[in-house]
Design a protein around this ligand. Structure first.
Ligand code: NBP
Length: 490
């Protein structure tokens, strides 16, 4: 039987305004967040031990209704029922959705707050809509700390669902300058798509930070503690962000067992849970060059290519260059290169969101995303205010680097950026993120790309045709390569 953890309830009916099922770290912290904001929360987990642990340890934080079965859980909710699922993405989410859908009634709302793939969200929404149920795929960022104290929330799904749900989600989200880090992103899979790209940008951000660390370590010979100080200093300027802040903390951590910096005893093989990979797969389908995110995903894969790394250990570096003689100047160069590369990563991620939105008809507003990513989430950063300003000024901005603020920032850093990539190459330090971001920038600004030659080659061996610079773009031409090499209209 259900029992209330406390004697009073938030609603006159005694029912809960929201239910949370899946009480591992994320779900239990979000349930507590709702309760701390005065909502009565029905809680449920497949194995009841997690439910009991939540009530025992945190029942005093607000009004919880403990339930053991899905029937009890659903019965504990006021209508329209709102249930947030926080279980493992994939098959477990489908299992829970099916069980809930059988017990719920038309008009009720199921929210999936897990890291679902957006195509799954589109499928699930269609299936539930046929049963009269609302389904909201909501991306939630901020990890366990954010879940408890205010995450960034990216809900998709029908607009009507947001009307019933939005105020509650906004209340528990992070707030920056009084503005909630939660807004309706768009229909069906829009929320999870945007969360996926957010995670892709996060991959890129971390890769670039990793490269900056390695440049300072191997290029200047700085210790982890010294590099921590550099990151702390950087965090006071344009690079001010959660990830730069915690980089200093991680670098400063000393391993209790060995007395060495913790970073020096951690195995250098980075893991990935899938959202970065999904971002790149989706970008390939959409034809959007998210080179920074792709390099980040591949760099993690390379770090885990143990057999190849072992086989290549000791291979020649060739003649290496001199280490930078002016440490202060090189450190500033790395800072500027990091900032410029980071701008490229965000420019690419926003392009992917624009392309996804166009493909699926979501009408996502990029400026809104910059707003809700300012707090709560892992990629929160001061410069998101600048991204918002750029999209406010031009909602159809083709690329962030064309906006005045970012154009100026890249211009201010371009010489440093080139010096860093050259120095890294001369010293044999891998910088796939910095180098590919610079190449992307150079390619975008290059007047004539070698794509013309590629089109010529494709026409030669496959009669794939080409457009001419002196004819309308839709007109196609073919050269009779194996004939008299005259040109014909295709
Ligand atoms: P996990 O992803 O580790 O999932 C554990 C939960 O799933 C437990 O409540 C478990 O129940 C439940 N579950 C599983 Br596994 N299979 C089930 C099934 N067949 N039926 C019902 N319940 C099932 O938890 P988490 O780390 O708290 O993350 C929850 C969601 O939030 C995930 O989708 C995750 O990707 C996403 N997310 C996580 C983070 C983060 O920082 N961790 C950040 C943002 C989003 P049990 O207790 O009975 O085994």
């Amino acid at each position: 039987m259900s029992s209330s953890a406390t004697s009073d309830t938030g609603t006159s009916s005694g029912l809960a305004q929201i239910g949370v099922t899946g009480l591992a770290v994320m779900g239990s912290n979000i349930a507590r967040n709702f309760a701390r904001h005065g909502y009565t929360v029905a809680v449920h987990n497949r194995s009841v031990a997690k439910t009991d642990a939540l009530i025992a340890e945190h029942g005093h934080e607000g009004r919880f209704i403990r339930t053991e079965t899905i029937a009890e859980f659903v019965a504990a909710l006021e209508r329209p029922r709102r249930v947030l699922i926080m279980v493992k993405a994939g098959a477990p989410t489908d299992a829970v959705i099916n069980e809930l859908a059988d017990a719920m009634e038309p008009g009720d709302i199921i929210i999936d707050g897990g890291n679902a793939r957006y195509t799954d969200t589109i499928r699930r929404e269609q299936a539930l809509a046929e049963r009269g149920l609302h389904f909201v795929g909501a991306g939630i960022s901020g990890g366990e700390e954010g879940a408890l104290n205010g995450p960034s929330i990216m809900p998709g799904g029908p607009k009507e669902s947001y009307e019933a749900l939005g105020p509650m989600l906004e209340a528990i989200s992070a707030h920056v300058d009084g503005v909630p880090c939660c807004t309706h992103i768009g229909p069906d899979g829009a929320g999870h798509f945007v969360k996926m790209v957010h995670n892709g940008i996060e991959y890129s951000d971390m890769q670039l930070i990793g490269e900056a660390y390695q440049l300072l370590r191997d290029g200047l010979g700085l210790s982890a503690a010294q590099i921590a100080d550099v990151f702390t200093e950087w965090n006071a300027g344009d690079l001010d962000s959660f990830l730069v802040e915690i980089t200093a903390e991680v670098l400063r951590q000393v391993d209790a067992k060995t007395g060495k910096p913790l970073v020096d005893v951690i195995v250098d093989e980075a893991e990935q849970k899938g959202t970065g990979r999904w971002t790149v797969q989706s970008a390939l389908d959409l034809g959007v060059p998210v080179t920074g995110i792709a390099e980040a995903v591949f760099s993690r894969a390379l770090s885990g290519s143990v057999a190849q790394r072992r086989a290549a250990a000791g291979l020649t570096s060739g003649t290496l260059g001199q280490k930078p003689s002016d440490a202060t100047k090189f450190t500033e160069d790395v800072r500027r290169a990091l900032y410029a590369s980071k701008i490229i990563a965000y420019a690419q991620g926003f392009n992917q969101i624009q392309a996804g939105s166009a493909e699926y008809g979501w009408n996502v507003k990029p400026g809104d995303l910059a707003t809700i990513w300012r707090g709560g989430c892992i990629i929160r950063a001061k410069f998101l205010n600048r991204i918002k300003e750029a999209f406010d000024a031009d909602p159809n901005l083709p690329t962030l680097i064309a906006a005045p603020y970012f154009r100026d920032a890249v211009e201010a850093g371009i010489d440093s950026w080139r010096r860093v990539v050259v120095t890294a190459t001369e010293l044999g330090i891998p910088v796939p993120g910095f180098a590919s971001a610079l190449s992307y920038y150079d390619a975008l600004r290059t007047e004539r790309l070698p794509a013309a030659l590629i089109q010529g080659l494709r026409d030669y061996f496959g009669a794939h045709t080409y457009a001419r610079i002196d004819a309308p773009r839709e007109a196609r031409f073919h050269t009779l390569w194996s004939g008299d090499r005259s040109e014909v209209s295709a």
